[in-house]
Design a protein around this ligand. Structure first.
Ligand code: ATP
Length: 245
């Protein structure tokens, strides 16, 4: 079960994101079983687990794209269970889905011209270009002509530009070359430096320990353990075996 001693945020801090007792279904098949977790403000937390563990379903429930059957989700102490995804976005939630959500025919700069969901926190174009120089170079390129890694960077840049304070990132490193995986890590650390909170789905445990503070291990739709980064590093071989990664 959850290891409450594993680097949890102080009890007094209101979590940026709190999930409590979530059950979720597809038809009669249950995908999530009583999932509870907190993500502290400014923390990078991962959801780690094998295919089918429920990671994407959990992100989609948090974003409001899949309805949970029981339980509750709150952002900075505010319950959002009844809010549709666009209202959650206005409260600072940004989603980078596994298919990246990129529009093939729009250019890089058109993606970055999407309206702010939070004008107070939206990154300036200058900051976006400093963090993602390749997007400045490719500003007039249609997204369809970007490499997979560049598309992923664009998907991350878009939510930061829109002002998301909590990013839900679904396997941003999947299928990318090592150099691009490192670049994604740099971007996540840079976002954290600017106070952004991240909940990251990641099957690549070796990458996860380079960016994250804590890890929630999912198996069979349940959070089976929550570990801080050093515990995952110490137990890496055992966890890779156990989670079939
Ligand atoms: P992956 O890395 O393969 O995406 P995951 O950990 O993100 O895995 P989910 O995609 O959340 O897992 O799937 C959790 C469970 O829900 C699995 O048993 C999966 O088969 C099932 N599931 C996911 N999407 C659907 C769907 N649209 N219809 C029916 N069942 C689904």
């Amino acid at each position: 079960m959850n290891d409450a001693s594993a680097g949890n945020a102080p009890a007094t801090a209101v979590p940026a994101l709190r999930v409590e007792g979530l059950d979720a279904f597809y038809g009669r098949a249950q995908a999530l079983h009583q999932v509870s977790l907190d993500v502290a403000p400014g923390e990078i937390a991962t959801l780690v687990g094998r295919n089918g563990a429920g990671k994407t379903t959990l992100l989609r429930c948090v974003m409001g794209l899949h309805r949970h059957a029981t339980g509750s989700i709150s952002l900075a102490g505010r319950t959002v269970d009844r809010l549709p995804a666009h209202r959650r976005a206005r409260l600072g939630l940004g989603h980078v889905p596994d298919d990246r959500g990129i529009y093939a025919g729009l250019s890089v700069e058109e993606h970055l011209a999407f309206p702010y969901s939070d004008p107070a926190h939206g990154w300036s174009l200058e900051r976006v270009h400093d963090t993602f120089p390749v997007l400045a170079e490719r500003r007039r390129t249609p997204a369809a002509k970007l490499s997979g890694g560049e598309q992923q960077l664009l998907a991350l840049a878009r939510v930061l530009r829109m002002g998301s304070r909590i990013m839900l990132c679904d396997e941003p490193t999947e299928g990318l070359a090592p150099v691009m995986v490192r670049r994604i890590g740099d971007v996540l650390r840079e976002a954290k430096r600017h106070g952004v909170t991240v909940l990251l789905v990641e099957q690549n445990l070796r990458f996860a320990v380079t960016v994250a503070d804590r890890h929630h291990l999912l198996d069979g739709g349940r959070v089976v353990e929550t570990l801080d980064n050093s515990a995952v590093k110490d137990r890496e071989h055992e966890l890779l075996d156990r989670l079939g990664l």
